[in-house]
Design a protein around this ligand. Structure first.
Ligand code: ZN
Length: 313
């Protein structure tokens, strides 16, 4: 099966203060801000997108910063951990960087043959760096604070925490293009052959753990569709499984469909194009100006006044 265009598209998280968020993802982790826009459901707050140098699908982590959001923790039925892909041999560099910047990190582990460094962001979000030897052609952000040899390339994958793994596994295999790769006790590993976002680990828990959506937790995880035609096909497959997908929604940088899995995880399916560079004249302008969808453009002055100013240089 050719599934090299399949995998994670983006992951979206609820965070606290936007400047703290920028300082961490832009300055400490060295991701590139590729889109600065507003939360379309609450235009007095931001929606911030960070990615690798090219803003590729499989590299973008997005945040809804609400300074007043209640601190939370993941439970079952949620994405519990987000894994970034880093080049092989860079774990010591990152340990030094985290130690010097007071970033909380855990003991490195080995999982399914890969070196994994767990750490947390300022809102307590569970993150990890996974070393991968296959990084040819995946662009780092060259103008960022991290040298290319050490830089994060995008997502390696993520861990989903579930009480039942069967239905999520079926959706990932039949709709999202993943294949079963390995099993180890309570962990099931699913993979695609994409350079980024290719690994999903389903972690089975015997009893439900109550989680709440809030600051420091994942809001949704999006998977790739090649184009709108494939998105419509995938939406049909989800319908045929008896689930309730939304209509196709135009997010301007991609088109999206959302649905809840039977395990309670909010999934999105999103097209690869038109992409973050489609709304700017030059690629170098990605993320620099505040982008507003056309229906909010006439309110720009008021919206800009209400947004907390953030510095991203
Ligand atoms: Zn999304």
């Amino acid at each position: 099966m050719n599934n090299q265009n399949k995998g994670i598209h983006h992951i979206s998280i609820i965070s606290g203060d936007p400047q703290v968020n920028v300082d961490f993802y832009f300055k400490t982790l060295g991701l590139r801000m590729v889109l600065k826009t507003v939360n379309q459901d609450d235009p007095s707050t931001y929606h911030l997108f960070y990615a690798n140098g090219e803003g590729q699908p499989g590299s973008s982590i997005t945040f809804f910063p609400w300074p007043m959001a209640i601190q939370s923790k993941p439970g079952t039925g949620q994405v519990s951990t987000i894994s970034f892909l880093v080049p092989k041999g860079t774990q010591d560099f990152w340990i030094d960087r985290f130690a010097s910047r007071d970033v909380p990190f855990g003991t490195p582990i080995e999982r399914f043959g890969k070196k994994v460094l767990p750490f947390r962001d300022p809102d307590g979000l569970n993150l990890e760096l996974v070393e991968e030897s296959r990084i040819d052609g995946i662009p780092a952000w060259k103008d960022g604070p991290i040298s290319e040899e050490n830089a994060i390339r995008g997502f390696w994958g993520s861990v989903l925490w579930l009480t039942q793994t069967e239905s999520t596994q079926t959706i990932l295999q039949e709709v999202m293009g993943y294949e079963l790769s390995a099993k180890d006790d309570d962990l099931t590993m699913l993979k695609t052959t994409a350079p980024l976002g290719h690994s999903i680990i389903l972690k089975k828990e015997s009893e439900a753990v109550q989680g709440k959506t809030g600051r420091g937790t994942v809001h949704h995880i999006a998977f790739r569709a090649k184009d709108e035609k494939e998105l419509a096909m995938m939406r049909n497959q989800v319908l045929e499984m008896g689930l309730s997908p939304t209509e196709i929604i135009d997010r301007h940088v991609f088109k999206s469909v959302y649905f809840h899995t039977p395990d309670g995880v909010l999934f999105e399916m999103a097209t690869d194009g038109p992409g973050y560079d489609s709304i700017v004249e030059n690629k170098s302008d990605m993320g620099k100006l505040l982008f507003l969808p056309p229906w909010l453009e006439k309110k720009r002055e008021m919206i800009e006044k209400r947004l907390q100013p953030i510095e991203a240089d």
